[in-house]
Design a protein around this ligand. Structure first.
Ligand code: BF8
Ligand code: SF4
Length: 639
């Protein structure tokens, strides 16, 4: 396999060459070793739910065994497996939300060394929750907000507070009729695991409704709760400028990469790197340089303008530069293979969460109370490793790309207010109505070593931009766009003329050359921001979210989190494209229900919610399918 077939990132290509010379294995080779993949697994019909199995039943079109030992059919097995996968996508985000919630509680109680930096967000959420905010001390208000959030993990009946806080009334009506309103995230997760357990639920329709309910748990007590509480603690993101690609790792600095998702960890590492910067100078370095990987990168980029080294598939390659003194990880999307790579260099791989340990890594415990101790210890360890760096092994691919980020809904509204202070959303709505903006598509999710890194993410985006579709982006997909110049005004060259004019007008009204063609809205939990934007637009128009000319796309999905986020958006009535391996094709019923492709199965998510799954590996075709749907939704609105 040619290295150039694995990624379009030239820096990663260079480092893959270095890895080959040094005989270091990475995920890119291991992905090839796994080919060809087992078709039973790929199509979702392998069941390992009990010890009578594993059972595999016939996948689409073939003749063979129709039922597992217990009598389970392909429809039942696929639906159960999918629910199980969606639970595995949702749970890390719900845990993420719970961790930030406890940090906020302890901060409000004066027990944790964080401050409440997002005063405006706290007050606006306090008001929406019906709390008295006038004259109330911030700590007290934060405490009350956190206690309400805690009920979303404890109450035995009633509806999730964060769903009531953030969802459109019209959507709530739809979900209520289908009896899928969640109450408590932990209860719903336990309930879903119970459904999928051997000998429990086997009605595929009920399992599918369980999947949609889990999508709502993901959306409100995963994504929204995480973003809201993080904004309260760390502030709401504002426009920032930054740099992308491996070249952000600097040879003459002490380099620390933060990787994972939890900003309570990465923010503290950044804070202590600033405090101890002079100690790096005493060692002969120019200072301490923090770079980001995956969604820790997004969190620090959005609020602090920290630069981004790389995204998911190439995380190991950052170590192969030979210039990282430490890589700090917390949770989610951390490849176990990192430890093996770190062993070949002076880099210390440090895990931080008390219940997420990594084999071969050292560990410095993060707890809300001990956060400062953790930050200082990690930075001191990195400083101590700097003299151990082997210069002969250092090779940092040259070049960085400029990018803008920090597009919270609050920031977008403020930029639009430069055009219309009294009704900021109006200029956007008018541009959509006139067709200057055909629609909005969110490019979200991952990279996946199974497919060429960054290719589909950027190709889907470019095809949409050419057709005057405005792009918003999060997660590792946003990094793909950033590395390739699509988060910078320079990316306007890929846009249709009408879209380019709109972005230039908004940019210039704000003293910028133009807005970039893709607006970076944050980490994967910040898909909540995209939802907030849709709800704001729909409310302003007096329509349901399901009627908006919008779609979501995860062209290089690898994580079950991409599927649970996608499920949330389908429940909102938004079509969601995924490009890699939807493990549903073994069941005609599940496939038809989700994709609304022709078949005998009468009930589809499209009919019930207004959104469906688009499973398409070809990026241009995927973009065209989304455009066709956007045009259909425009027509229904009379546009
Ligand atoms: O939560 S985009 S590869 S890092 S799962 Fe993972 Fe996918 Fe990246 Fe962020 Ni999201
Ligand atoms: Fe086989 Fe049924 Fe057990 Fe699944 S639950 S492994 S189909 S016997």
């Amino acid at each position: 396999v040619l290295i150039t077939d694995l990624t379009i990132d030239t820096g990663v290509q260079e480092l893959l060459g270095k890895a080959e010379q040094e005989n270091i294995e990475t995920a890119f080779q291991r992905a090839k070793e796994q080919e060809p993949h087992c078709k039973f697994g790929l199509t979702g019909v392998c069941c390992r739910r009990c010890l009578q199995g594993p059972c595999k039943v016939t996948f689409n079109g073939n003749k063979g065994i129709k039922r597992g030992v217990c009598g389970a059919t392909a429809d039942q097995i696929v639906a159960r497996n999918l629910l199980s996968l969606i639970v595995e996508g949702t749970t890390p985000h719900v845990e993420h939300a719970r961790e930030i919630l406890h940090t906020l509680l302890e901060t409000a109680e004066g027990k944790a060394p964080y401050e409440i930096k997002g005063k405006d967000k706290l007050i606006s959420i306090g008001k929406k929750l019906g709390l008295t905010v006038d004259g109330v001390e911030l700590d007290k208000l934060a405490h009350e907000v956190a206690l309400i959030a805690l009920q979303d993990f404890q109450q035995q009946s009633g509806v999730s507070h964060w769903l009531r806080l953030r969802a459109q009334d019209k959507s709530i009506e739809t979900w209520e009729k289908l009896n899928i309103l969640p109450s408590n995230a932990h209860l719903e997760i336990a309930n879903a695991i119970n459904k999928t357990a051997m000998g429990c639920e086997s009605d595929p329709v009920s399992l599918l409704l369980g999947i949609m309910k889990m999508g709502l748990v993901e959306g409100y007590d995963g994504l929204h709760l995480s973003t809201d509480l993080q904004d309260i603690l760390f502030g709401t993101p504002r426009l920032v400028k930054t740099q992308y690609r491996m070249g952000v790792i600097k040879e003459d600095y002490v380099n620390i990469a933060v990787h994972g998702h939890i900003p309570m960890v990465s923010e503290k590492v950044l804070e202590w790197s600033r405090k101890l910067n002079d100690e790096a100078k005493a060692l002969g370095a120019k200072g301490i340089n923090i770079v980001g990987i995956c969604c820790s990168a997004n969190e620090l980029l959005m609020r602090q303008g920290v630069s981004v080294a790389t995204n998911y598939a190439s995380q190991e390659l950052a170590i192969i530069t030979g210039a990282l003194e430490a890589m700090v990880v917390d949770a989610q999307c951390i490849m176990p293979g990192l430890a093996q790579v770190a062993e070949c260099y002076h880099t210390e791989l440090i895990s931080t969460l008390p219940n997420i340990k990594i084999e071969g890594a050292s560990h410095v415990d993060w707890t809300p109370e001990e956060a400062d101790k953790m930050g200082e210890e990690i930075v001191r360890r990195a400083l101590a490793h700097y003299p151990e760096r082997d210069q002969a092994k250092v090779q940092i691919p040259e070049g960085t790309v400029e990018a803008y980020a920090g597009f919270s809904v609050e920031q977008i509204v403020e930029l639009l207010a430069a055009l219309n202070g009294a009704d900021p959303l109006l200029p956007l709505i008018e541009a959509i109505a006139k067709g200057d903006i055909l629609g909005v598509v969110a490019i979200v999710g991952c990279t996946n070593p199974k497919v060429k890194q960054d290719l589909a993410n950027t190709e889907v985006a470019k095809e949409l931009m050419r057709n005057n579709v405005l792009i918003v982006a999060t997660g590792c997909s946003a990094h793909s766009l950033g590395k390739n110049g699509l988060l910078s005004p320079a990316g306007l060259e890929y846009c249709g003329e009408k879209l380019a004019n709109v972005l230039t007008a908004i940019g210039q009204a704000n003293g910028l050359p133009a807005l970039p063609p893709a607006l970076h809205m944050g980490s994967c939990v910040d898909n909540s921001r995209i939802d907030d934007l849709l709800v704001a637009l729909a409310n302003r128009l007096g329509v349901g979210v399901r009627e908006l000319p919008v779609a979501g796309s995860s062209p290089e999905n690898h994580s079950p989190k991409a599927l649970s986020i996608g499920t949330f958006f389908i429940a909102q009535g938004v079509d969601v494209h995924i490009g890699v391996n939807a493990p549903i094709t073994g069941s005609p019923l599940v496939e038809q229900a989700l994709t609304a492709n022709k078949g005998e199965f009468p009930v589809t998510t499209d009919e019930l919610f207004g959104g469906k799954l688009i499973y398409e590996a070809d990026p241009i075709q995927a973009a065209q399918t989304m455009i066709a749907r956007i045009i259909q939704k425009r027509k229904a609105l009379g546009l």
